[in-house]
Each structure stands twice: as C-alpha cells, then as structure tokens.
Design a protein around this ligand. Structure first.
Ligand code: SF4
Length: 344
C-alpha cells in the first residue's frame, strides 16, 4: 500500500476528511516501520520548541495548569466559569469531550505556511468567538464534527506528519488547549517533530497565551475589529474583543517575534490576519497603524479580501454585501502608507 493510501485508509476509518488537496505520490511504507520522518519533507529542518519543554518536564506542568482551568472555565476572555469537567457548557458549547470537523494536508494557506509539503490542518468543532459572519458556521456554531479523544488527536498529528505536512495547523484551538497539549505529549512520544501553528480568532487571555509559551512556534491570529463597541454586535456579545486580542498578539510577538523561514518554509514567528469588511467596519486603517506602532513595519500580515455575507450576515448590514470595487484597494493603500511591506 502506498503511503497516501495508507493515510487515507486511517482517516477514513476515523470518519474524517483526509489529505484533501494533496496531490503528491509517496514511496511505499507505513508508520511504525522505521520510516516516519523525524523532519518531514519540505520542512525548514528546525526543531520545534515543544521538544525541549517536554524533555524538561515543563510541558507536563503546563498540561496540568490548562486542565485545571476546565473546572471553572476561563480558558478564553468570555470567562464562563462553568465546570466543563462536570459536563457543564459555556458559550463555546463544549464540555470535557470534543469534536474534530476535518483534517487534511492543505495547500490553501499562505505560501510560507504551506511550504512544499503542505500544512497539516486540524479543524476543531465549535468556537469561543462565534462571529455572525462565520464562513464555517456548521462547524463553529453548530458543532458538526466527529467525537475525538486526545489519543486519536495524537494519531492525527502523527499521520499528518507522515503524510508530508511541514507543520500541525491547529484551527480554532482556544477552547481546547488542554486537550491539544495532552495529545501533543502523546504525539511527541510517537515521534512528532514538526512545529505547531496556533490558528486563532485572537480572542485569547494573556494567561493562556503565557501557558503556551514554548509550545507554539508559529502564531497565526486574526485581528478582526479595532473597536470593541462595534465588535460586540457581530461577535455574539464577546466583550472587549479589541483589547484582549491586542494584548494577546503582543504576547505572541514577544514569544516568537517576526516570522522566520528557511527553505521557503516558516518555522517560527507571527503572521497576523485581517479581513477587510464593507464600509471599513473592521477598521483597517487603525489596524495597520497599530501593527506598525506595536509590532513593527516588518511584521508579516495577510490583509484579506474574501469577505462574503455568510451565516447571519444578511441581518447585519453592512455585512449583507461583498466588498465593492475600491474597498480592498483602499485597505492596501493604508497598509503601504503605514509602512507595512511583508504581505501574504
Ligand atoms: S472556553 Fe468556552 S466555556 Fe471556557 S470561557 Fe471560553 S467560551 Fe466559556
């Protein structure tokens, strides 16, 4: 059986989408037979920072600290203070068990994130932010996905590495950080050795960010709104989005710095995403000035044009329409005038 067929079979057995968009062919072999790559093909060759943390015993301490938060949950700024270990659910609608919506080696993200091998995407179900314009609402709001254990999540990570992924891309991870770190430790024991990407809405607490210091090599946060009074209407009542996200991104920057790459592959650093919204609802002019003043002109940013009125947007004008000609161009002018130049 080829490597590709083997991995497809494993994911199929788990009821998950496997290797969508992956078009490469592989040499024969199966995991566990001595051919799992320590560093996957097309990678930067850099060792991820979590390996040292595990060797020192610190990763186990972080795991315990994150799980302790589940009993009075303040894993995100909503601070629901519910006992998720006892089955209670807060705004994210997740107790102690969790679901994964899909996983694959993807090629649709930024060039340095994808590299030559593809990024190992794991889409978690549910979300702590709950945007009314969510393009993945069936997963994020409705919770579609397959029940998954940390042991299964560890296997997914390992299979993605075996499938050639150059990193593990944790998409919507905030409400599941304890589960992820548990799975990471299991995956390390099985040979995981590619960097973790923390692909987040940005709505994070400083305390959780500090617990992830040394675990995450690449942070990929959104910064959606520059005014919390505007944001709260479109984020299902999430309080103080702008302030929490600004603080979290500055902490991410302190931990990992500018995005760095080797062999066309990012191995450490920060990449900030910002979706341009109709009538400059996202405050793009303010966003680019904030990035320059707080993170520097060399910061890597992805200013995105692909807004469309998904989910409940039609009830929330001006989000009931796509961008009109000139709106994205104006956003990019603001970015260049501010001095930004590392665009993705
Ligand atoms: S992770 Fe979920 S339960 Fe915990 S504070 Fe955030 S929204 Fe509430």
């Amino acid at each position: 059986m080829t490597r590709r067929k083997f991995i497809k079979a494993c994911f199929a057995a788990a009821g998950l989408t496997a290797l969508g968009g992956c078009s490469r062919t592989w040499a024969n072999g199966t995991p566990g037979q001595g051919n799992v790559p320590g560093i996957s093909r097309g990678s930067s060759g850099q060792r991820p920072s979590y390996l040292a943390l595990e060797a020192s015993g610190e990763l186990e301490r972080r795991e315990r600290a994150l799980w302790a938060k589940m009993e009075n949950c303040d894993l995100c700024p909503r601070r629901c203070y519910v006992n998720r270990m006892a089955g209670e659910k807060g705004a994210c609608s997740v107790a102690d068990t969790f679901r994964v919506a899909s996983t694959r080696v993807g090629f649709g993200e930024e060039r340095l994130i994808v590299g030559r091998g593809g990024t190992g995407e794991i889409f978690f179900s549910n979300c702590n932010l709950l945007c009314i314009f969510c393009q993945n609402w069936t997963n994020a709001h409705r919770g579609d996905g397959r029940p998954t254990t940390p042991t299964e999540l560890a296997s997914m990570m390992r299979l993605l590495q075996f499938g050639g992924a150059i990193n593990i891309n944790l998409i919507t991870p905030t409400h599941l950080t304890p589960h992820i770190v548990t799975a990471l430790r299991l995956a390390i024991a099985q040979g995981l050795s590619i960097p973790l990407i923390y692909n987040t809405s940005g709505y994070e607490t400083l305390e959780v960010m500090q617990l992830l210091d040394g675990i995450i090599d690449i942070y990929q946060p959104d910064f959606k709104f520059q005014d919390s009074n505007i944001a709260i209407r479109f984020l299902n009542g999430a309080p103080n989005y702008t302030e929490y996200t600004a603080t979290a991104i500055k902490e991410m920057h302190r931990q990992v710095g500018l995005l760095r790459e080797a062999n066309g592959t990012a191995y450490r650093g920060l990449l900030v995403r910002h979706l341009v919204l109709p009538e400059n609802l996202a405050g793009t002019d303010t966003f680019v000035r904030w990035v320059v003043s707080e993170l520097g002109v060399d910061t890597h940013v992805n200013i995105m044009a692909q807004f469309w009125p998904a989910f409940q947007s039609r009830y929330f004008p001006p989000l009931d329409r796509r961008l009109i000609p000139g709106e994205f161009e104006q956003a990019m002018r603001w970015a260049r005038e501010a001095g930004l130049h590392n665009f993705h």
